[in-house]
Design a protein around this ligand. Structure first.
Ligand SMILES: Nc1ncnc2c1ncn2[C@@H]1O[C@H](COP(=O)(O)OP(=O)(O)OP(=O)(O)O)[C@@H](O)[C@H]1O
Ligand SMILES: [Mg+2]
Length: 499
């Protein structure tokens, strides 16, 4: 999709600043469309034509245009109004015919001005069909729209600089309160009145100030002082959280430029925040559980270690030591999960300490083995990370045990974490002794590879392949063969859900 900035650049030679002005007006215009119950399009001149660079429909009214107009030119009728507004830098109004609309339609072309230069035209179009008598809400909103239109022509809207983000702000339909120059309420929409009722304010709002009604009004005071929109969320009562955005209206105040009023949009976000809090506490609980699992696993591995020390048989001691190592790997994953919010963890956060763990187990200094990780594997679901970590530990341990046995002189192990369309692609490459000639992964009897096979095929639903390394496999990861040993490559592929 082409953005408004790109479209403007394609069709005109406006400066960066001017384009930014148009973009920021478009960022604010949801409110404008809602206030005037109309379709709005932003147009810029392109040769003899006027091209639509952005379009918005009102959430408060019906649209005249079902189709997307972005990138298309205005009709000749529309274009003449746009051209007049552009060249005179004044608002122009007239009637147009809209294809498909039975009734007469109104058009208002508002020049968008920045530092005295007109940079585009905001075109408002609406049906003139007389429906029911317009009520106070319609009249108030249209008056407000006219004041914002004047600000656009005067180069005062959208606001410059560090302006609070409009995207999270309430919309007009959520509830609107109109304030006059002295901060008194001139009008409160039905939804705004309902929100006030919910916080226990039943007194008639009109004529009062927010402070008199007992509404927290710091956003209004700031908006008046700083002359720019202010977003604020506050707990009006222990039950009710209100999100507000106050937009000051600038204009002539006793001969000077001043704040002549403001609109405060407000939304009751209590339910939303309650849910946020629940999710937060759910996250905290999950983290606590991981923490406890880690503690329990550490206790188990300590007990085993103690027991292992009392054993006489070398074989039994080695077996227990292996188990201790495997349990520590799982504990490590839980430790990482206990620090992360949510159900996902950055895989690299587990892999790094895991490598450290394997390195610690390598006590003999006669075998210098260098471990390297390439890539990071992204963020993975906790249910994938635990089995994957166990698998990786076994593979690394095998590289140490069999690739570089005692007296072999050491070498390198490179772990590559990559992703493919199918999911995660992990490679473990070593330049050690290599697998025996008759080796077959499918029938390998050792416990280590049995664990690996089971986890990969049943828990992870993936595939694994193990073969002697080719020169290409080694050079790809920056390794060279040592003492004519072939080295080993293990390739793991794990599909990831939801991709
Ligand atoms: N990186 C490697 N380099 C060379 N040979 C390997 C490598 N990885 C595995 N092997 C071979 O595969 C065999 C089976 O490995 P497996 O991990 O299943 O058992 P193990 O390491 O012998 O015992 P354990 O149960 O303690 O892991 C090893 O004995 C070895 O011959
Ligand atoms: Mg092994």
């Amino acid at each position: 999709m082409t953005t408004i900035g790109e479209l403007v650049r394609q069709h005109t030679e406006t400066s960066k600043e001017e384009t930014a002005h148009l973009v920021s007006l478009v960022g604010e215009w949801g409110m404008l469309a809602d206030l005037c119950f109309s379709d709005l399009v932003m147009v810029v001149p392109s040769g003899p034509e006027w091209v639509v660079v952005a379009q918005v429909r009102a959430a408060t009214g019906q649209t005249l245009y079902v189709d997307d107009r972005v990138g298309t030119p205005l009709t000749d009728d529309e274009a003449s109004f746009a051209a007049e507004a552009f060249h005179t830098s004044a608002i122009v109004e007239g009637d147009i015919e809209v294809p498909g609309a039975a009734e007469d339609c109104g058009l208002m072309a508002i020049p968008v001005v920045l530092s005295g230069v007109t940079v585009g035209v905001l075109v408002r179009e609406w049906s003139r069909r007389k429906g029911r008598q317009p009520g106070e809400l319609e009249r108030t909103y249209l008056q407000l729209f006219d004041r914002f239109a004047e600000m656009i022509v005067a180069g005062m809207f959208p606001f410059k600089g560090r302006v609070s983000d409009a995207s999270v702000a309430p919309r007009v339909g959520d509830g609107a309160i109109v304030l006059d120059a002295s901060c008194r309420i001139r009008y409160a929409s039905p939804n705004a009145t309902s929100a006030l009722h919910r916080v226990g304010i039943r007194a008639p709002a009109v004529g009062q100030s927010l402070a008199e009604l007992g509404v927290i009004d710091s956003s209004v005071r700031q908006a008046f002082e700083r002359r720019e929109p202010v977003v604020e969320e506050f707990e009006q009562t222990s039950e009710v959280t209100l999100l507000t955005r106050c937009i000051p209206i600038l204009g002539d105040l006793d001969g000077d430029l001043g704040v002549t009023g403001a609109v405060m949009l407000l939304r009751d976000v209590s339910e939303l925040r309650r849910r946020d809090r629940m999710i937060l506490s759910r996250d905290a609980t999950i983290r606590e559980i991981h923490h406890r699992v880690k503690n329990n696993l550490q206790t188990i591995s300590s007990l085993l270690r103690l027991q292992g020390r009392r054993l006489q048989s070398e074989e039994a001691r080695a077996a227990v030591a292996e188990s201790v190592r495997r349990i520590r790997t799982i504990a490590l994953v839980h430790e990482t999960l206990s620090r992360e919010a949510g159900d996902e963890v950055a895989f690299i956060e587990v892999v790094r300490p895991l490598l450290r763990l394997v390195e610690e187990g390598l006590q003999s200094p006669d075998r210098p083995i260098r471990f390297t990780v390439v890539g990071d594997g992204g963020r993975l679901d906790a249910t994938v990370v635990t089995p994957l970590s166990v698998v990786l530990t076994e593979l690394l341990q095998n590289a140490i045990d069999h690739g570089f046995p005692e007296g072999s002189g050491g070498g390198d192990v490179v772990v590559t974490l990559g992703s493919t369309e199918a999911g995660l692609a992990i490679r473990v490459v070593d330049n050690g002794r290599g697998i025996p000639a008759d080796f077959d992964l499918g029938s390998a009897k050792g416990l280590g590879l049995s664990i690996v096979r089971t986890l990969v095929t049943t828990e992870l639903d993936g595939t694994i392949d193990m073969r002697p390394a080719r020169t290409k496999d080694l050079t790809e990861v920056g390794l060279t063969a040592v003492n004519g040993h072939p080295g080993t490559v293990i390739e793991l592929s794990v599909p990831l859900a939801g991709e």
